[in-house]
Design a protein around this ligand. Structure first.
Ligand code: SF4
Length: 357
């Protein structure tokens, strides 16, 4: 029997050349970490993100020069397949400038950009440029008036402020927007998104803000986003990590793949190891992960610690390795294809993967 999540059908919006919301795929996004002043390094990071499958790229705009730098990358055509979002805090004029220079979307928090009057000017520019806006409320930058009104209850303040901004956008007859309502607390984020999903029908950008390291951040994001996605909530997501941005993309796809909401790239199945393990499985798994991270086609790879149980335990994998004493078995759908020396395992394995792709 098929067991699938029923997604809530939100309004479809346009961001650059992509559609978001409704029954479009849930898009995985990330944000660059390189200083914008170092344009060649930033470009490398953007290209690595695109190579890793990132579907929307956000860049922090800090001043006028950073807008000019982004516009040079737009002109180069680097964002032709992947929309670019300018992340602007405090300065509504920078948001307007970024839209003028051709970004596909601006992320603003009306609460810290100068209030609704200034927000209105950003909205008018987005209308004119047919761009998208992300209303990005989060626990760190919430307008103090909402905190005061709600006795410092962050989750309620997030919901209340977001709903007020949404009403304002509607009053201005601008509908090409998505919403994020992130808190650093997983439970507060779940609460805010659930209430918002009940009350409004615009696409939601899911995330847990300031989630932490690769390990902690991935866990918090998987729990928080997993609960929401399971309930059919969410149209795009970012896993925020204090680590390289490509891990954010990897974690995002892994969360969606786990819930059968996407079927993207490599899914590595590896055993936890035990007393029967014959080789350094941890190093081998890390290496295979490195070698295959940019594969976009769905591929299940099993890496198992012993020949006795390995191939059988990982029957559903498209391809796998089971380690013996000095040799390793490469198997396909549970059947051993060949046995190779442990030292040759990476080369032989890559050859077989190429055949499958
Ligand atoms: Fe142990 Fe083999 Fe199972 Fe790995 S596959 S946990 S080595 S029995």
């Amino acid at each position: 029997m098929e067991f699938n999540i029923k997604r809530k059908l939100t309004k479809e919006i346009t961001i650059g050349q992509k559609k978001l919301g409704a029954d479009n795929p849930i898009l995985v996004q990330s944000m660059t970490k390189t200083k914008i002043e170092n344009l060649s390094l930033l470009k490398n990071e953007i290209l690595s993100l695109i190579n890793a499958g990132c579907e929307i790229i956000r860049i922090a705009i800090t001043d006028k020069n950073s807008v000019i730098s982004i516009s040079s990358l737009i002109k180069e055509g680097i964002f032709k397949d992947v929309p670019v979002v300018a992340d602007v805090q405090f300065d509504y004029e920078l948001a307007i400038l970024a839209l003028d220079f051709g970004v596909d979307c601006v992320r603003i928090n009306p609460g810290n950009i100068g209030g609704l009057e200034k927000t209105a000017q950003v909205i008018e520019k987005a209308k004119q440029k047919k761009a998208c806006i992300r209303i990005g409320v989060n626990s760190g930058s919430i307008d103090k008036k909402y905190l005061k009104n709600n006795q410092n209850d962050i989750k309620t303040a997030i919901v209340e402020s977001t709903l007020e901004y949404v009403r304002f956008f509607e009053k201005m007859k601008f509908y090409n927007f998505k919403i994020s309502a992130k808190a650093s607390s997983v439970m507060d984020s779940i609460y805010a998104y659930k209430i918002l999903s009940d009350k409004i029908n615009y696409p939601l950008h899911l995330g847990i803000t300031e989630a932490g390291s690769r390990f902690d951040g991935s866990i918090k994001s998987s729990v928080g986003l997993g609960v929401l996605l399971y309930e059919g909530i969410g149209d795009t997501l970012r896993v925020s990590l204090t680590d390289d941005s490509i891990y954010e993309v990897k974690a995002g796809f892994q969360i969606l793949n786990s819930l059968n909401l996407r079927n993207y790239g490599v899914n590595i199945i590896s055993c936890p190891t035990c007393g029967r393990t014959k080789a350094d499985l941890k190093t081998i798994v890390n290496k295979i992960e490195e070698l295959t991270y940019d594969i976009k086609k769905p591929l299940k790879i099993a890496i198992m610690g012993c020949i006795v149980n390995g191939p059988g335990e990982a029957k559903e994998a498209d391809i796998g390795i089971a380690l013996g004493n000095k040799k390793a078995a490469i198997f396909v759908k549970g059947k051993v294809l060949k046995r190779v020396e442990i030292d040759d395992v990476f080369i032989e394995f890559q050859k077989e993967i190429k055949k499958l792709l």
